[in-house]
Design a protein around this ligand. Structure first.
Ligand code: ADP
Ligand code: MG
Length: 677
């Protein structure tokens, strides 16, 4: 393939679209399915509905123009005649279908007005004495301008050229009863006619299991390596002094939950090390991650180092800032605030306070990772809602200090199912907050058809007259931000008219940050009773008195999103309700999502269902994660292989690291630079 200075050809470009950069990649470009062209059916036996191959002689062919331009040919074998029809065609097809020529046509048979026909069959011109293919025909994932036949040829050539040496130690292969590498690959690319098609297509065939195991093994090895490599970097040890954290715990108006204490133990132990912590803190919505972050940050500060908390939106960052300030100011601990919307002067002041060391703690948005912000004494970086950030953004925060890396604490309210954590996040240490603070009343979830919307409006009115507050979440319109905004404004106007005895507010993504903050502040002060909102409130917003939530067109939202939104209520002592308004008819998937959210309040259970409904790529935001996605193995179906791969990865790294390197080269050559994120 083109290398060095040569200009990439069109073919190279197309192959790269498929993730193919070299011969190894071609070999690992495996068929999605197969077609059986190893046998022919007589036209007589080719009944409608069947997908078959016939071999016949062209009797007649012509281009007709009614009802539209098309090429129609009549072919005949010893048993009968069949019509072949092409609505678009090139001269080469016309040529193959000249009377007297022999062709093989592969396709689905349909019962047409003039008898059996095939529309757009795959044609093959039969030459004198030619025999049938000896292997099933693989159908590869393809892209525009790259035909199956071209891909097949490339694979054939690569199979001849590339070493198919088995990289796995014999003992491992034997103990796991794994098929050989060469045999498996040849089998998958060229299965013999008698191959078990169902086992091939469900990927349960031993040849597939071998490939999937190796893929999982390469992934585990790359993650383990990243894990080990982290320990080769230096970080400032931040032992617990108790000077700040101790005082903080005394002034905190509540006692930590058992889960919070356990998680803090993990973090505390990590911070004492001289290599960087890389811990993921998972905790369902409302489980109390912020106070954990605050304690970790104080531990950095009591060692004289800086700590930064980065959040994905201004609403959220500002809320964290207010919370930390509220807790820490009385203790005389300064917190500064950095956001994109900030006035130049304020920003300058904040930066000065950081530089002078007056303040060690900083909260902000992406503004924290801008070049002008120098966090030269950064000891700890906390990233809230970490999945909202790209790998590079998270790394940017880490690169702030040269020589030493800061400790990293990543927080996520999207619980990650075990299988997913095992495969995609094995390079992190994970702590889980699996207990909600006491005094919460469970949220009652109601599914209400949109035709009863007026009843819901009345309930909101009653609740607000009793002193409660409500969120009203606008329908999601993913295709257009403008339409989304328009809908939000309309919803706001309608509700303001319907609830003219209440104060209704509106918050959406296009508001200026200070406008947004103003609305939120008014809501916190209960000057607004009903807050109409887009999904900007999805993450982290915390207003304990808001105990009612209505979500319009709930069927349009994703499962994780619904769970996050619902988590905005149920934060105070009052019984909370979440009303999901839906419009009929529901799609199958929409029904499943609503059912899942109705049936469970447990973030982990919901995440599991979400994973089933969406698949891992969508779930973790494939483009963001930087971890290579699995192409063949399925983390739910192949969990046994994953367990084995995990064990094997440790053994290989310990006993024969060169095997690990070879596996990484085979599976990720040149593409693992983001693995260390
Ligand atoms: P999340 O994990 O979703 O970020 P927060 O940190 O916002 O949750 O906490 C939710 C609410 O619970 C906040 O008002 C917080 O002050 C409160 N909280 C946290 N920990 C406790 C606790 N141990 N006891 C009582 N309330 C708590
Ligand atoms: Mg939070």
């Amino acid at each position: 393939m083109a290398e060095g200075t040569r200009k990439p050809s069109a073919l190279t470009g197309r192959l790269q679209k498929l993730g193919i950069y070299n011969d190894d990649d071609i070999i690992l470009h495996l068929p999605m399915r197969y077609e059986d062209e190893t046998r022919v059916t007589t036209i007589h036996e080719a009944s409608p509905g069947k997908t078959v191959q016939v071999e016949a002689e062209v009797e007649h062919s012509e281009v007709t123009f009614r009802p539209r331009r098309q090429l129609v040919a009549m072919v005949r074998d010893g048993s009968g005649t069949l019509t072949l029809r092409f609505l678009t065609f090139y001269p080469n097809i016309q040529k193959m279908l000249e009377p007297g020529k022999r062709v093989r046509a592969f396709g689905e048979v349909r019962g047409g007005f003039w008898g059996a026909e095939m529309i757009h069959p795959r044609l093959h011109a039969v030459t004198e004495g030619e025999v049938l293919p000896q292997a099933l025909t693989p159908i590869y994932p393809a892209t525009a301008g790259l035909a199956q036949s071209a891909l097949r040829k490339l694979v054939q050539r690569a199979l001849e050229r590339v070493s198919l040496r088995d990289l796995l130690p014999e003992s491992l292969r034997r103990s796991l009863k794994l098929a050989g590498w060469e045999r498996s690959l040849r089998y998958l690319h060229q299965p013999p006619p008698e191959a078990h098609l169902a086992a091939l297509e469900s990927r349960s065939h031993p040849a597939w299991r071998r490939v999937k195991f190796e893929e999982l093994l390469a992934q585990q090895i790359s993650l383990r390596k990243a894990f080990v490599e982290r320990r080769s970097h230096a970080a400032a040890p931040l032992p617990a002094q108790g000077t700040l954290t101790g005082r903080f715990l005394q002034t905190l108006p509540f006692a930590l939950t058992g889960a919070q204490r356990r998680v803090l133990d993990d973090i505390c132990r990590d911070l004492e090390q001289s290599y960087p912590m890389q811990r993921l803190l998972q905790g369902d919505v409302g489980s109390g991650k912020t106070v954990v972050a605050a304690l970790a940050m104080l531990q950095a500060a009591e060692n004289g180092l800086q700590a930064a908390l980065m959040a994905p939106t201004e609403i959220l960052a500002e809320q964290h800032y207010r919370k930390l300030e509220g807790w820490l100011k009385p203790m005389g601990v300064e917190v500064v605030w950095l956001a994109g919307s900030q006035k130049k002067r304020e920003r300058k002041q904040m930066l000065e306070r950081l530089e002078s060391g007056e303040a060690l703690l900083v909260v902000g948005t992406h503004a924290l990772i801008e070049d002008s912000v120098a966090l030269e004494k950064l000891g700890l970086a906390v990233v809230d809602e970490q999945h909202r950030f790209g790998v590079r953004q998270r790394l940017a925060l880490r690169e702030k200090v040269d020589g030493r890396l800061p400790h990293m604490l990543m927080m996520s309210a999207t619980p990650i199912p075990r299988t997913l954590a095992m495969s995609y996040m094995a390079d992190l240490d994970v702590s889980v907050l699996d207990e909600l603070p006491p005094g919460r009343t469970p949220i009652v979830t109601k599914l209400v058809a949109d035709v009863r919307r007026h009843e819901v409006v009345e309930r909101v009115r009653d609740a607000c007259h009793e002193g409660r507050q409500a969120y009203w979440v606008c329908p999601l319109i993913e295709e257009s931000e403008t339409l989304q905004l328009q809908t939000a404004v309309e919803t706001y106007e309608t509700l303001s008219a319907e609830l003219d005895d209440l104060k209704v507010g509106l918050v959406h993504g296009r508001l200026k940050p200070d406008e947004k903050a103003e609305v939120m502040a008014a809501f916190v002060r209960n000057e607004i009773q009903v807050l109409v909102a887009t999904t900007v409130i999805e993450v982290g917003v915390d207003v304990p008195n808001a105990s009612l939530m209505v979500i319009e067109h709930a069927e349009r939202f994703g499962l994780a999103q619904l769970h996050q939104l619902r988590g905005r209520v149920g934060r105070g002592a009052a019984a909370s309700t979440c009303v999901l308004l839906y419009v009929q008819p529901l799609s199958g998937n929409g029904r499943e999502r609503l059912k899942a959210i109705y049936e469970s309040a447990d973030g982990f259970e919901i995440a599991r269902r979400d994973l089933q409904l969406r698949g891992p790529g969508e779930f973790i935001g494939a483009r963001q994660s930087g971890t290579p996605l699995l192409r063949y193995a399925d983390i739910e179906l192949d969990v046994d292989l994953m367990e084995s791969a995990r064990q094997a990865a440790d053994e290989i790294l310990e006993r024969c690291p060169e095997v690990g390197e070879a596996l990484l080269a085979r599976w990720y050559r040149g593409r693992s630079e983001l693995l260390k994120a």
